[in-house]
Design a protein around this ligand. Structure first.
Ligand code: FEO
Ligand code: CA
Ligand code: CA
Ligand code: CA
Length: 670
């Protein structure tokens, strides 16, 4: 954020501004990077395809208004794996879905999750109420069919992350933040902590419509205020994780900034801790973790929590910053099971944790580290998944090998093992045990020569084709001299999508092939140097891919988060796009759903029958409302850019999960 700006309009904008401070020191072009530039013949051929697209497009909607499309704009129905009429780019106060579909609100911030929780009253919020109510800023959505082991598409558990809080539109009279957090009373802090984390809700489809099952025995709120967790894996109990509150280094209260995640084959829910650094305060002087913390931006000083909870105060607890930044495993089928932070998967700003059972039976978990110039990782378990005995998988994620990706210009991806004692990861470099490696995964990855990426967000294996899709959301700070084959654009405000092809379909292999599926941005804007299939219409292209989902047919769906830069990046609000990956239509986008102004699109999740797509509308009315024609200011509780989804006087905007179904009951996108 600008040094002279002592106020910020929304938490999300603040977060985005902070992304302008890269902490990875290794951004210089290496010899390998210089060689990468020779790769460009293949890129140029593809760019030529992108240029063809320009000629087929009519006027594009950069102003954000929906425009009528001619038939020639539409992707070729014969070639595409998708069949629906797309919606138009645009921005307004509500959501939109393709014709022939319904998009119904399933659950909103403040709705009751636990029996006994009071109804939502925005004028009388309390931490006690919030602990039983649906949290804020829903992000990841996972679906676990009921009964467990079935592929039921009508009944299951939804596991939903609550990433962070937006106080200016949550709390009456709060207005914009100031850096001193002068309006954040201890009770407001506790509400914030209670609205973080996750929710487990039981959901049922009856008569074609979804509802939340009241008083379900599975209902659960995981939160940052009082949910006890255990640490597992190589860093558990290590001295660098010990605090005065937890001398054992094995117990922790709460989880924070839970962005995307995953559902394991044995039906557990993985919550990724992403921007954990924001929650800490304190000085690094004299702290032996100073260099480690600086690499992660700890302390971020973006919440007042440390004032009242010393587990976020580095002056009181010097090791506190090592106890977050992990992947948390929760068993949604057992509300009494203690969540476990699985340290073997490394400590970084985990966007998500999507997994696939490898052909040898081991589980492979993919995870991006969402910051400019950070890396792509995967974790391969030592043991094999046992689908006949759920309990046998209980601690599978505690032992295995963490790898980081190096992308070479010849299309080879090398997975470099982060193993203590191997390569540069030795005691003289400060890696005395595997605990040191996972705690400082970023530094270890840099030493191995991993490729700094354009903000890796969701990474999704496709179980139908065996390929893997990597969302790289953007990187405005990449300089022309630092481009490489896998991150080919300087000043990349639009992002791109990579496709990985593991060797012989082996996700545990140490090499794979990689390719660029699309370079996002406007194909009609030469400055964007975007790359799309020419069949992509003026509404079919997007910017800033963030989350994604593979449906049961193996088709890819992408959701976007342009943040406050939406006007510059695309001119449309965020949404869901179908993206063809094979055949003549490969690289064709098509717009399916759009969020209300100021929101981002998270959590795409299909039921096993492909007939429902759940999506999470996060932070409506916050990001970039200054660019919303007719509003042009920052939102507050009293004066939001939209009151989606209730549109009632006095009711603030509410992040919500939306259930999308086809009106004829068919498969989404068919
Ligand atoms: Fe929480 Fe990287 O988005
Ligand atoms: Ca995200
Ligand atoms: Ca996903
Ligand atoms: Ca995001």
């Amino acid at each position: 954020m600008p040094a002279n700006d002592d106020q910020f309009s929304s938490r999300a904008e603040y977060f985005e501004a902070l992304e302008d401070i890269p902490v990875n020191p290794s951004q210089e072009p290496t010899l390998g990077d210089l060689i990468h530039r020779r790769f460009n013949r293949r890129e140029l051929l593809k760019a030529a395809v992108g240029v063809v697209a320009v000629g087929t497009l009519t006027r594009l909607s950069m102003g954000g208004e929906a425009e009528a499309k001619s038939a020639s704009d539409k992707p070729s129905a014969a070639a595409s794996d998708f069949a629906f009429d797309e919606i138009a780019h645009g921005v307004d106060q509500t959501h939109h879905v393709a014709p022939g579909y319904s998009a119904d609100i399933l659950i909103r911030w403040g709705d009751r999750v636990l029996g006994g929780a009071p109804p939502f009253d925005p004028m009388a919020q309390s931490s006690a109420a919030q602990l039983g109510q649906f949290g804020y800023n829903n992000d990841f959505i996972g679906f676990v069919p009921l009964p467990f082991g079935s592929d039921n598409g009508d009944h299951g558990l939804l596991c939903v992350n609550h990433e962070y809080s937006d106080e200016e539109v949550m709390f009456p009279g709060h207005g914009r933040h100031d850096r001193a957090f002068s309006k954040l009373t201890p009770e407001l802090v506790d509400i914030e902590m209670a609205c973080h984390g996750g929710s487990v809700i039981e959901v049922k489809k009856e008569g074609g419509k979804w509802r939340v099952v009241e008083d379900s025995r599975y209902a659960r709120r995981i939160n940052a205020l009082d949910t006890a967790m255990r640490l597992g894996g190589p860093a558990a109990g290590h001295a660098r994780l010990q605090t005065s509150e937890d001398p054992s280094g094995t117990k922790v209260i709460g989880t924070i900034n839970n962005c995307a995640g995953g559902i394991t084959p044995w039906g557990t829910y993985l919550m990724a801790e992403e921007n954990f650094h924001y929650y800490f305060m304190g000085s690094l002087e004299g702290n032996p973790e100073k260099a480690n913390y600086q690499r992660y931006g700890v302390p971020g000083n973006r919440y007042a929590w440390a004032r009242y909870h010393k587990r976020f105060d580095l002056d009181a607890e010097p090791n506190a910053g090592n106890r977050y930044g992990w992947v948390v495993e929760v068993d949604p089928l057992d509300p009494n099971a203690m969540p476990v932070k699985r340290t073997a998967l490394g400590r970084f700003k985990h966007e998500g944790a999507e997994s696939i059972v490898n052909k040898d039976g081991r589980l492979v978990v993919y995870s991006g580290d969402d910051q400019r110039f950070e890396f792509l990782y995967k974790f391969v378990t030592d043991g094999r998944v046992d689908m006949s005995n759920r309990a046998a998988n209980r601690d599978l994620l505690d032992a295995g090998t963490l790898y980081v990706a190096r992308f070479d210009a010849d299309g080879t991806l090398s997975w470099l093992p982060l193993v203590q004692g191997q390569g540069a990861l030795t005691a003289d470099k400060g890696f005395h045990s595997q605990a040191d490696v996972v705690i400082e995964a970023r530094r270890a990855a840099t030493l191995l020569g991993a490729t700094p990426m354009d903000r890796p967000e969701d990474v999704e294996p496709n179980p139908v084709t065996g390929k893997v899709y990597v969302m790289l959301t953007n990187n405005s700070k990449r300089k022309p001299e630092a481009v490489d084959a896998a991150n080919p654009r300087a000043g990349n405000i639009w992002g791109h999508v990579l496709e990985l092809t593991p060797e012989d379909g082996d996700h545990a292999a140490t090499t794979a092939r990689w390719d660029i599926l699309v370079k996002a941005g406007n194909p009609a804007d030469p400055a964007a140097a975007a790359m799309w299939n020419p069949a992509t219409s003026g509404d079919g292209w997007f910017a800033c891919p963030d989350n994604c989902a593979v449906d049961p047919q193996g088709r890819l769906w992408v959701t976007t988060d342009q943040g406050s830069k939406w006007k510059k990046a695309s001119g449309t609000a965020d949404g869901v796009w179908a993206l063809d990956t094979q055949g003549a239509a490969r690289g064709t986008g098509r717009m399916f759903f759009r969020v209300p102004v100021g929101a981002e699109m998270c959590g795409p999740c299909f039921t096993p029958d492909g007939k429902t797509l759940f999506v999470a509308v996060q932070h409506p009315a916050t990001d970039g409302t200054k660019h919303f024609p007719g509003f042009e200011r920052s939102s507050t509780f009293e004066d939001p850019a939209t009151r989606w989804p209730d549109f009632k006087d006095g009711m603030p905007p509410r992040p919500s999960v939306v259930a999308i179904t086809k009106d004829d009951g068919g498969v989404i996108g068919s």
